[in-house]
Design a protein around this ligand. Structure first.
Ligand SMILES: [Zn+2]
Ligand SMILES: [Zn+2]
Length: 139
């Protein structure tokens, strides 16, 4: 995903700093959500000096502005973050290595009409995680 970081920060009235730029750059490269700790490790590999509490604060700011979204994985019991996705996605979660594989298929679209007409229920959101073993972890 290629994103214009300067433009995003400007749109949200956030000051452009090297650290903020580095955080968003790393997140833009991820294909699946990661934890703040993983993000911290990736930043350190790039010799970005920032402490974990600063990183948590930045993540919080980005989250308040809707630049990143927080995801809770009930399968691995972890809090994860990713750039706010422009399209809706679900994940296959490996219960061994905790890898998350994004899938573009959403079965909910077909269910929505059924739910709304039979239960008179207005669906606004849903979550779906599928657990199992990834290619490398299959016994
Ligand atoms: Zn695996
Ligand atoms: Zn869906």
């Amino acid at each position: 995903m290629s994103i214009n970081i300067k433009k995003i920060l400007h749109q949200h009235n956030l000051k452009h700093t090297k650290q903020r730029e580095a955080i968003l750059k790393v997140l833009a490269k991820q294909k699946a959500p990661i934890s703040v700790e993983e993000l911290y490790d990736l930043l350190r590999q790039q010799a970005q000096t920032m402490n974990l509490s600063t990183l948590y604060r930045s993540v919080e700011t980005f989250s308040e502005h809707g630049i990143i979204e927080k995801i809770f994985s009930s399968i691995t019991n972890t809090n994860l973050i990713q750039l706010q996705s422009r399209h809706h996605q679900h994940y296959l979660v490996c219960i061994n290595c905790h890898k998350m594989i994004p899938i573009d298929y959403c079965p909910m679209d077909e269910l929505l009409g059924y739910i709304e007409s039979n239960f008179h229920f207005k669906v606004i959101d849903h979550q779906l995680e599928i657990s199992g073993y990834c290619d490398t972890c299959q016994p």
